[in-house]
Design a binder for this molecule. Structure first.
Ligand SMILES: [Zn+2]
Length: 381
């Protein structure tokens, strides 16, 4: 069974013109809500938009009823695009959809959305046995996954599925790092640098000592740490009283990131101890304020799991040798993993995304739709 390719392409060309950069997704949300409601889905819009000031109310979640006894299969994508995306003019040329070069195409992720809409249309108009389908369409994926971070999954009953949001349909991203931001504030002691430097503790010197003892960069093939921002000091004639250092660590292996963060924190604390001193009979010492913040959780789906085996098996029917892959970035899939949902990412045929050279390979787009339809039709859990 196949989807209606031409209808899907027409739909893609139509929705790629909807203006909806990250934070201004209202137009695309309204379209998706109308379309999925028309197709018979139960649609729920959460309140995520408020958390980062979007023009859209929230993420869209939806249920499409099945007619066999099974857990739902989840299909997901994102509603926003990067810029420039005003007046997108899609052009078909040599088997690809491209733009006039003035804007992005927005196939990232409108190609994914068009596939999801077309699969629901196909299920609706054909008398065929299929499991229920849950749908998750997020806001602001490109802007830092702010939609998925505030996603309300209350109507989502499925536990696994796929995100349609990458380039190749022979690659399935199952592993991407957890990332944590860290902030170290080093409080020294201010003193007039010209008159009484010995009465002060220079925060910069404490930080330098700490950093000189620190492992940074690539720690192991799956783990990195980095210091990226330094803020402090106001005047050259004052012993620097305070300094804030900001960095991040990422790891694709459970536990390694925590170990690195502990190491970095320990270096600051150890350095602070080296600068304890007595001034006029009183002990003065630097203080370290350490804070961490989860940027996104670990994506780590077992390549031998039933879900991945099922996807690979369906791929073979289309002559596709689907391979699992790791990626260094953070995706909605990471955030959804943190909410207990297993959603590997499959490509839909776009290339050069986030540039005005972005294109969509029409054959890959069609094939992916048929493949994902097959994955849904043969899913039972
Ligand atoms: Zn995307």
């Amino acid at each position: 069974m196949k989807v209606n390719h031409q209808r899907m392409l027409k739909n893609f060309l139509e929705i790629t013109k909807i203006y909806a950069p990250s934070g201004e997704e209202k137009g695309m949300l309204d379209y998706a809500k109308k379309e999925l409601t028309k197709l018979g889905c139960k649609v729920y819009i959460d309140k995520a938009g408020k958390t980062f000031g979007s023009t859209a109310q929230g993420n869209l979640t939806a249920n499409f009823k099945g007619n066999i006894k099974s857990a739902p299969f989840i299909l997901g994508g994102h509603l926003d695009t990067v810029r420039p995306c005003k007046n997108i003019k899609p052009i078909i040329k040599n088997g690809k959809v491209i733009t006039d070069g003035k804007t992005i195409l927005g196939a990232d992720d409108r190609a994914g959305l068009a596939i999801i809409f077309e699969i629901i249309r196909t299920l609706k108009e054909n008398k065929v046995k299929h499991p229920p389908v849950d749908i998750i369409l997020t806001l602001c994926e490109e802007g830092g996954m702010f939609g998925s971070k505030a996603l309300d999954t209350k109507i989502i009953k499925g536990k696994e599925g796929m995100l349609l949001d990458s380039e190749s349909n022979e690659e399935l991203v199952v592993n991407a790092p957890k990332a944590v931001l860290f902030y170290a504030t080093i409080k020294g002691v201010a003193s007039h640098a010209g008159v009484a430097p010995e009465k002060g503790i220079n925060a910069m010197q404490v930080a330098s000592k700490a950093i000189s003892m620190m492992r940074l960069g690539r720690i192991d093939p799956m783990t990195i740490s980095n210091i990226g921002i330094v803020n402090g000091g106001q005047s050259t004639n004052v012993v620097m009283p305070e300094l804030t250092i900001q960095g991040e660590a990422r790891s694709r292996i459970k536990g390694h990131l925590e170990k690195e963060l502990k190491h970095i924190e320990d270096c600051f604390k150890k350095a602070a101890k080296m600068f304890v001193k007595k001034v006029d009979g009183k002990t003065i010492k630097p203080e370290i304020i350490w804070k961490t913040e989860l940027k996104y959780p670990l994506l780590n789906i077992e390549p031998k799991s039933a879900l991945i085996s099922h996807i690979k098996k369906c791929g073979k029917k289309f002559g596709l040798n689907i391979q699992t892959a790791s990626s260094g970035g953070g995706f909605d899939a990471n955030v959804l993993a943190g909410k207990g949902l297993s959603m590997p990412i499959i490509g839909v045929g776009y290339a050069d995304e986030h540039t005005t050279k972005e294109s969509l390979d029409i054959e890959t787009f069609f094939q992916t739709a048929d493949l994902v339809l097959d994955i849904v039709l043969n899913y039972k859990k």
